[in-house]
Design a protein around this ligand. Structure first.
Ligand code: AHR
Length: 614
């Protein structure tokens, strides 16, 4: 394998090449990175009518002691449903009666941590109420982990109550209990429980944030995916319903991935997430098209206005109409929103072309600095409409994804750039629940993305997250698997760590001569840390044989510091090996010093492996 490391043929890789695609799918947000522990906190999951769906809230007590229903009496006009409990007992059972919420398949409550409970209550009488965090132990006993008590407070008008719950023990499957022993009626609304130590206090689950930060993502595409479109337009993501005080957000049912979200993780929080990750936000907005409907281009004007408002919210001054709403949410500074995608996978749909141009022209005029992404694939033939980038989505077998390493070799170099906004090996026999095999094919594809990064500007794996407790339909595989308290990366996650220094680096031409060339894929870059430059050669061996190579670097510009030279390998004894909660490090990169580093060195690549030499 020969690297031409001279600067003559080196080319700068875009600063934005590798990033993240976050979709609200698999409970990635609600019950995932957004650390609200209460599910269906506003009792709105059944929509604005009553009786509403209060699932997963459940009743503590029986028919003779409590009657629970929903009423349209909330103080929040955009989410009018409130929970009504009527306590029927004079001598209530020990511990009282009431309701409990198990969160997203059990709340992770940890000893020594404080949890902030906020709720709104109303009652014609003064109330006596206990809020507890409890845990069902295997013995069947319900253990109290933390509790707080309110009594004799006047709640004849809707009243915001804030309590701090300090956990005395740890339980991964806890629940929040709201109980009373006093006869009478109480209405509840907007019950929220969050740990006091979320990432930067911004509501994000720390351990998941650390995994994202470790990828050094340069962009964050959000909030979907199909989640943006909806099966029906009324279930699509509508940014204005997701901003402002959390209590006032109506929430919505994501009908493609089939679950309710309270929209605590809303448009503002996505922009905040991008900022916290040091990533450029990429806002995918609904183009007036769902999976089953389309707004006629003649009627699209209000949608266009809505999107312009979203841009003002992100980028406008704190004195502007929508910028002032952002400022009121605590972010006076403008968010550096420079990319928007006009729809998701809508190219072939009726009205897309017409709607696209309406959005494109209006945004170009109002925000000339914004780069716009079309849903139409321009990799085979030129687009018939203006765009700065176009989406390219690829889900396939491992063999096909491996071969896709050459996909962009002959793509036109004029016209819009490519955004590989979703890629993954998905064929079940190859991917399993996230296999080594899948990650190797994807790594090969990404070496091709690097080499073609004069035309490919960005690339992101999909989907990013899955909550393993979600019994509903899940998208499989995913990069990061979690439950209420644990998380691990699939091999596809770890594969991406090999590329985290590539954005903004320079790429060098390479040639490979080997009898196994057909099953090899490689690239070479020079990247910098704070002190030094490194030449990094990455090689995928997608075959069952060990491969011996001589690696030589002609015109190596920097002195070789063997003290800091390393070899890192992602492999396993079986190509279908996966990670799991019980064995999270089964397939992870292993790094060691590279004592024979030099302008020429021998390397032995393990069968089915991904190796990087720095
Ligand atoms: O990543 C999962 C889904 O795949 C996305 O929602 C959609 O864009 C694609 O079809």
């Amino acid at each position: 394998l020969e690297v031409d490391a001279s600067w003559r043929l080196a080319r700068k890789i875009p600063e934005t090449l590798f990033g993240l695609f976050f979709e609200e799918i698999n409970h990635a947000g609600a019950g995932g990175i957004w650390e609200e522990l209460v599910s269906n906190r506003g009792f709105e999951a059944g929509g604005p009518h009553t009786p509403s769906n209060i699932d997963p809230w459940s009743i503590i007590g029986d028919e003779s002691s409590i009657y629970v229903t929903t009423d349209p009496v909330s103080c929040f006009t955009r989410n009018i449903v409130a929970l009504r409990i009527e306590v029927l007992c004079d001598k209530c059972p020990t511990g009282g009666v009431g309701v409990y919420n198990p969160g997203f398949w059990g709340m992770n409550i940890e000893e020594g941590k404080t949890y902030n409970l906020v709720m709104y209550i109303r009652s014609p009488e003064s109330v006596e109420l206990t809020a507890s965090l409890t845990c069902s132990r295997p013995s069947g006993a319900l253990q109290n982990l933390a509790s707080a008590y309110i009594q004799d407070i006047d709640v004849s008008n809707w009243t915001r109550v804030e309590l701090k719950l300090l956990a005395q023990e740890t339980c991964r499957t806890s629940r929040l209990d709201l109980t009373t022993s006093k006869r009478g009626v109480i209405w509840f609304d907007q019950v929220s429980l969050m740990p006091s130590d979320t990432y930067k206090g911004h509501g994000f689950r720390k351990e998941l944030m650390y995994m994202l930060l470790d990828l050094k993502p340069r962009f964050l595409r959000f909030p979907g995916g199909c989640f943006v479109e909806g099966n029906l337009l009324r279930n699509a993501f509508r940014w204005k319903e997701t901003i402002g005080p959390w209590e006032e957000r109506p929430g919505h049912y994501g009908d493609v991935w089939n679950y309710w979200t309270d929209d605590g993780l809303g448009y503002f929080e996505f922009l905040q997430l991008a900022e916290d990750l040091g990533a450029a936000p990429i806002w995918v907005f609904n183009a007036g098209i769902s999976h089953n409907e389309g707004v006629d281009t003649n009627s699209i004007a209000p949608f266009v206005k809505d999107v312009l408002d979203s841009l003002e919210f992100a980028k406008g001054s704190a004195e502007s109409n929508w910028g002032s709403v952002r400022a009121a949410m605590g972010h006076r500074k403008r968010f550096p929103l420079k990319y928007v995608a006009i729809g998701n996978e809508d190219c072939q749909k009726e009205f897309y072309q017409g709607n696209y141009l309406k959005f494109y022209n209006a945004i170009r005029e109002a925000y000339p600095d914004i780069q716009m992404i079309s849903n139409c694939d321009g990799s085979s033939e030129a687009l018939d409409h203006p765009a700065d980038l176009y989406d390219f989505h690829i889900y396939n077998s491992s063999t096909d994804i491996f071969l896709m390493k050459s996909k962009f070799d002959r793509t036109s170099r004029t016209g819009p750039k490519v955004f590989v906004s979703e890629y993954a090996v998905t064929e079940q026999k190859d991917a399993g629940n996230g296999s080594l095999l899948a990650s190797l094919a994807e790594a090969a594809f990404l070496t091709g993305v690097e080499k073609n990064s004069d035309i490919v500007q960005m690339a992101s794996y999909a989907p990013l997250f899955v909550n393993d407790n979600d019994p509903g339909w899940k998208w499989n595989p995913d990069a990061i698997v979690f439950n209420s308290w644990q998380q691990y990366g699939t091999p596809s996650y770890w594969m991406q760590t090999f590329f985290r220094e590539s954005s903004g680096a320079v790429i060098h031409p390479i040639t490979i001569a080997s009898s196994y060339s057909d099953s090899l894929a490689a690239s070479a870059i020079t990247w910098r840390d704070t002190e030094n430059s490194f030449l990094r050669v990455k090689i995928v061996n997608f075959g069952p044989h060990a491969v011996s190579l001589t690696i030589s670097a002609q015109e190596l510009q920097v002195g070789v510091d063997t003290m800091r030279s390393r070899v890192t390998v992602l492999t396993s004894s079986n190509v279908m090996d996966e990670n799991s909660f019980s064995n999270p490090n089964n397939v992870v990169p292993v790094s060691r010093e590279l004592p024979n580093a030099g302008e020429e060195m021998q390397a032995l690549l393990a069968p089915y492996s991904f190796t990087s030499f720095d």
